[in-house]
Design a protein around this ligand. Structure first.
Ligand code: GRG
Length: 309
């Protein structure tokens, strides 16, 4: 609470949650932990390639969501940090593979040359594989003060999230849909709930699991994360049209050039933005029972529809 002086008396005003301050502090914590998570080993080239992409910046939204949810459910930040790092390792490996010439063929990511442009396709594939394997090792070896059954639940959830039932399945359908003009809203929704939504949902759910949340709470938080996941992808599609290369840190306008079905191509820009806002409001409604403690998750949801990068 802040104090203001009004006619000689002090009146208490609720302080606004400062999202920018929160995100920049959490980002520093996550990046410090990521930097420590992998050191250069032998052969040095593969470790350098893994670190190149893992430490290339980005919003760090997945680890920040995991930490925020763990804290909301009464856990300590340290309990969730290894999983938070693992989520970013998985996210980064999916970006490295997505950028390959055989997939989206991108030269820039997070404002830097893509991994394969620096290290070659062969090392980029292996860097992705190395990060994926290490993510699981890291959760299993580094998670402290959490019952083993809960760590096992996290490992299982991460496995499901990256495999054919998650990111891999979404990516396959995305590749198969390219150039097709008859993609339905259902197919688009399948692609994005798997390709993008699954990892965002896992970020929230694993944070809750680690803190020992009940099934009821996990179900509520899943709903929150499913809504922000879809909103996130809709905004991603909008930004591909409206943002610059500099804002995105990668080539803008690629969806249009590849004739990809996107939410704006189905609904138009205005309706897509309105739908994203509606989803975020639904997400925020799931947090009503938690009061101010859920301010970080509320603010992250709002950030998803107001971001420009
Ligand atoms: C997971 C085994 C395995 C393989 C990967 C390539 C692939 C299979 C899946 C593609 C997943 C993908 C790239 C989805 C797009 C998700 C997305 C919207 C990325 C952008 O996320 P931001 O905006 O990026 O959070 P930053 O750079 O801020 O982290």
């Amino acid at each position: 609470m802040v104090q203001t002086e009004e006619q000689g008396t002090h009146q208490e005003l609720p302080t606004e949650f400062d999202l920018n301050d929160y995100l920049s502090k959490q980002k520093i914590l996550v990046e410090t932990a990521l930097d420590k998570s992998i050191s250069i080993g032998n052969p040095s080239k593969i470790y350098e390639s893994m670190r190149y992409s893992l430490l290339a910046g980005g919003k760090r939204l997945r680890p920040i969501l995991c930490l925020a949810t763990c804290e909301l459910m009464g856990g300590q930040l340290a309990m969730a940090m290894p999983t938070a790092c693992a989520l970013e390792m998985i996210h980064t490996m999916s970006l490295i593979h997505d950028d390959l010439p055989s997939m989206d063929n991108d030269d820039y990511r997070r404002g830097k040359l893509t991994n394969h442009k620096v290290y070659g396709d062969d090392i980029a594939i292996l860097a992705g594989d190395g990060l994926l394997a290490y993510a699981f090792e890291y959760v299993a070896m580094e998670t402290k003060d959490v019952p083993c059954e809960l760590v096992l639940q996290v490992v299982a959830r991460l496995g499901k999230t990256v495999g054919a039932a998650g990111l891999v399945g979404g990516q396959v359908l995305d590749l198969e849909s390219e150039g097709k003009t008859d993609i339905t809203a259902e197919t688009l929704s399948f692609i994005h709930t798997h390709k993008t939504g699954a990892l965002l949902e896992a970020s929230v759910v694993t944070g809750a699991i680690l803190a020992g949340a009940s099934q009821e709470e996990i179900a509520r938080l899943s709903l929150y994360s499913q809504n922000i996941g879809l909103a996130f992808q809709i905004v991603d599609d909008i930004l591909d049209i409206t943002a610059t290369d500099e804002q995105l840190g990668k080539t803008a306008g690629k969806d249009l050039a590849a004739q990809k079905a996107t939410y704006p191509s189905l609904w138009g820009l205005e309706k897509s933005q309105a739908k994203a806002e509606e989803l975020v409001n639904e997400a925020i409604a799931q947090l009503d029972t938690y009061g101010k403690a859920a301010d970080p998750l509320r603010a992250i949801a709002k950030f998803i529809v107001t971001r420009n990068h």
